[in-house]
Design a protein around this ligand. Structure first.
Ligand SMILES: Cc1cc2nc3c(=O)[nH]c(=O)nc-3n(C[C@H](O)[C@H](O)[C@H](O)COP(=O)(O)OP(=O)(O)OC[C@H]3O[C@@H](n4cnc5c(N)ncnc54)[C@H](O)[C@@H]3O)c2cc1C
Length: 334
């Protein structure tokens, strides 16, 4: 079993070593692969980095580690990132004792499938059958299929509640998946999940809670913003020194300092920065940038993913305002 590095500096040193020595050298190959190598995730577990969802971890340490890993290989970081969402939910649940230790050690690896309950019209329904809960419907996104052991699933009831469960990430007669082909981080093995009268084992219920609509201006989580920073960080390292270095620091500082009301705007700024930084890399590389698999081309596709992943309405509108900030009235734009 792995032990998490004890200090923030040791966590960052471990993440940096893996990003530089293992992830970045293989990232081009993984970009063309169907699945992130399990050995990469094993390295993260062995270094204790699956433990960064622990209650005792200072969040900025997790955020910076995420950025560093995403700079190395977005697909690997993307799979690893989902784990923390699962752990954070399970940590608060009655089944925590049984699972949290193994999850934090990386002996059990988790993902999340929460889009079925959150959408305005739920796509995954939970109904009571005797003393059990049964799932029917779909979840549009679940990342890490084939690499994760368990998946946190949210479903909506007819009476306005949410049923959360930690299910085995495996297909069966009542669970099937459809792969989603992605233009970036395709090796993250992202799927659409389908449930057909799937009975939740009672000992896998994480909680049954009243549905609470997301807060106005929902910022979609600070850590998700680290993926965009990671892609930009990769560009900065390639082109350093450049004015981008200070802009990366400013974006990170804004995300770190953002309160609930300011997070969406900071997420949008980070996404816009990743787009801008990768555009600059494309221009800098010239024609070579359009050679499939070039660093510029891959990074540009990675920036697309960070523009839409984990987005929320307030992030989207803030980002659109940024992208539309051209002088008004110029002919030919519309
Ligand atoms: C490549 C990729 C992989 C993804 N992997 C996962 C995954 O492993 N697990 C997962 O749960 N989601 C995953 N998502 C979904 C992601 O977290 C966001 O839900 C999605 O990016 C929002 O997309 P959208 O802006 O098109 O909103 P829409 O899908 O149009 O949804 C409308 C609104 O519903 C709400 N909403 C939708 N989905 C969610 C959600 N998951 N959580 C909270 N609110 C939501 C948001 O307010 C969103 O703006 C993935 C998305 C992408 C693009």
């Amino acid at each position: 079993m792995s032990e998490r590095p004890r200090s923030a500096a040791a966590v960052i040193a471990a993440a940096t070593a893996i990003a530089d020595d293992v992830l970045a050298p293989a990232a081009g190959e993984i970009d063309r692969a169907a699945l992130v190598p399990r050995s990469h995730l094993d390295r993260l577990a062995a270094a204790g980095l699956y433990g960064l969802a622990g209650a005792d971890v200072h969040p900025p340490t997790r955020w910076l580690a995420t950025e560093i890993l995403a700079a190395g290989c977005l697909a690997t970081a993307f799979v690893w990132l989902q784990h923390h969402g699962a752990v954070q939910a399970v940590r608060r649940a009655a089944l925590a004792d049984e699972w949290v230790h193994a999850l934090l050690a990386g002996d059990v690896r988790g993902g999340i499938a929460i889009g079925g309950v959150r959408a305005t019209t739920p796509s995954l329904h939970a109904r009571r059958t005797g003393d059990q809960w049964t799932l029917d419907g779909t979840v549009p996104w679940a990342t890490g299929w084939g690499l994760i052991d368990v998946v946190l699933v949210g479903a909506a009831t007819d009476d306005g509640r949410e049923v959360w469960s930690l299910l085995d990430a495996a297909t069966s007669s009542t669970v099937s998946v459809t792969p989603v082909a992605l233009v970036a981080a395709n090796a993250s093995a992202t799927v659409r999940m389908h449930f057909d009268a799937h009975v939740i084992p009672p000992d896998r219920i994480v909680g049954v809670v009243a549905h609470e609509p997301p807060p106005d201006g929902d910022g979609g989580g600070r850590n998700n913003g680290s993926l965009a920073l990671g892609v930009a960080r990769r560009v900065c390292r390639l082109m350093t020194p450049s004015p981008l270095d200070a802009q990366l620091d400013a974006c990170r500082a804004a995300l770190d300092a953002a309160d609930d009301a300011g997070l969406a705007a900071a997420r949008a700024a980070a996404a816009a920065f990743a787009l801008r930084a990768t555009a600059r890399l494309v221009v800098h590389a010239g024609a070579a940038a359009v050679v499939a698999g070039s660093m510029a081309e891959r990074s540009r596709r990675d920036a697309l993913l960070t523009t839409v992943f984990g987005s929320r309405p307030a992030i989207r509108s803030s980002l659109l305002r940024r992208l539309e900030a051209y002088p008004s009235g110029r002919p030919g734009f519309r």
